[in-house]
Write a protein that binds this ligand. Structure first.
Ligand code: 5AD
Ligand code: SF4
Length: 442
């Protein structure tokens, strides 16, 4: 049968969809880019905020019409919403054929077969303490970057977060298997590897921690760029920074979720660091890794967040000068600790705080990009620019998007680009033709 997977949410889901595609290919199914041709439609879903879940439910309502037209099409819900809503999803969406949580994908080919010959709608959302899908081969999208999932689950239990409930306990893959997967990705032509985990730097396998893993993957011949998301500030040790400094191919760019600036809020969020510790870490990163860019996640309107506490978040943002920030209004997730906290912040206040945060960050991001105007940056070309078919888009080591005229260059090449300007979140430049020979040298 032909299958179509639609992916929502984080990069972990992107990687999981590639795993599922690999599994389905192995069972003799084929991918299709056209949903109307598919005999199996799978939504790999996200529950991190209420809106993400709503998006999935709206999409499913649309698919109800398709199912009516063609009752033979199998519709499956995978991922975090599958786990979060489980049987209740079938009550509101009875046309859904199967519901599988993040640790049950191995059973998918078998469940598809079963569903075709039975009236039962299979639901399997059991979480596992051991499932790592280590022996499966993901079917990767053609790109310069290969996602490699190194650990699953999360033990941190931030009080706002549903992930520990939808993805279960932390478990890490063995180092050797990850290194082997990196080697094989390079063999398939991928030049950039991004290590993934809900809490990527709490990786631990035997005596190997995240620093040892980073060093081992960086040493794989042909890994031109190595990235990782998302780390937790409390697990960002000196050993990791030292390994980053020692390897030219580990990108100097760290996504370091702050969430909030005030100690009382951080404590109530169970983030396990203080404002001071976070600021010291940011300073230390810049000391050990000069030029390293920093991005972050912020939640505004956590229950009971006062005006003064929100002001502290703004203050940390001013001090750190992040290159970019993903900003969210707190969204209560049923079953999480934070829903028990009193004094919810009303939506108008949350929205106003979000607007102020965005207004503060926008010129900071712009200024940090403008600092690169006039310089030449090395860009790995990824894809055609959305703005123009005459232009490529690629990223710098520091994770900034750069758009420039294609001229002689091709995706997958490293090129030197002279930065002429900055617009929105990206940089605009032109190929530095003197350095055309760069690829030959590198
Ligand atoms: N409400 C709002 N934002 C949330 N995030 C996680 N849970 C919630 C929630 N309940 C944000 C955090 C996290 C990012 C992936 O999503 O900032 O880092
Ligand atoms: Fe959620 Fe916190 Fe775990 Fe990140 S570290 S997945 S925010 S519980």
């Amino acid at each position: 049968m032909q299958y179509f997977i639609e992916t929502y949410g984080c990069q972990m889901n992107v990687a999981d969809s590639e795993l599922v595609a690999g599994l389905l290919n192995g069972a003799g199914h084929q991918p299709t880019a056209r949903i109307d041709e598919a005999g199996i439609i799978l939504l790999n879903t996200c529950s991190v905020r209420e809106k993400a879940e709503e998006t999935v439910l709206n999409r499913l309502s649309q698919l109800a019409a398709l199912k009516k037209r063609d009752p033979g099409t199998l519709i499956g819900v995978l991922g975090c919403t599958a786990k979060n809503l489980a049987e209740s999803l079938l009550e509101s969406m009875p046309f859904v054929d199967l519901v599988l949580g993040p640790d049950s994908y191995r059973r998918l080919p078998q469940i598809i077969n079963e569903r075709q010959t039975s009236n039962v709608h299979p639901v399997d959302t059991k979480l596992s303490r051991i499932e790592l899908y280590e022996d499966l081969y993901p079917s990767r999208a053609a790109s310069v970057n290969a996602w490699i999932s190194i650990m699953r689950g999360c033990n941190k239990f931030c009080t706002f977060c549903v992930v520990p409930f939808t993805r279960g306990r932390e478990r890490s893959r063995a180092l050797a298997g990850i290194v082997e997967e990196a080697r094989s990705a390079v063999g398939q032509g991928f030049q950039e590897i991004t290590l993934l985990g809900q809490n990527v730097n709490s990786y631990r396998s035997g005596t190997d921690g995240f620093a040892q893993l980073l060093a081992a993957v960086a040493a794989v011949p042909g890994v031109r760029r190595l990235r990782f998301i998302s780390p937790h500030p409390s697990d960002m040790g000196e050993d990791v920074l030292a390994v980053m400094a020692a390897h030219y191919n580990i990108c100097k760019s760290i996504h370091l979720p702050l969430q909030a600036g005030a100690d009382r809020v951080l404590r109530r969020m169970n983030r396990t660091y203080t404002k001071q510790e976070y600021l010291q870490l940011a300073a230390r990163i810049r000391e050990v890794l000069p030029g390293c860019t920093l991005s972050t996640d912020i939640i505004v309107g956590f229950p009971g967040e006062t005006e003064a506490e929100f002001g502290e978040t703004l203050e940390v943002m001013r001090q750190v000068q992040f290159d970019s920030a993903f900003t969210f209004k707190y969204s209560p997730r049923p079953g999480t600790k934070a829903t028990e906290y009193h004094d919810p912040v009303n939506d108008a206040v949350k929205q106003a705080r979000l607007d102020r945060l965005i207004t503060l960050q926008k010129p900071i991001s712009l200024r940090r990009n403008q600092q690169l105007i006039g310089s030449t940056v090395e860009v790995l070309i990824e894809k055609e620019s959305k703005k123009s078919p005459q232009q490529w888009a690629g990223r710098t080591d520091s994770n900034k998007w750069v758009v420039f005229d294609k001229e002689w260059s091709q995706p997958g090449e490293f090129v030197n680009v002279h930065v002429d300007g900055s617009f929105g979140i990206a940089l605009q430049g032109h190929l530095n033709s003197d350095l055309e020979a760069l690829n030959a040298v590198a």
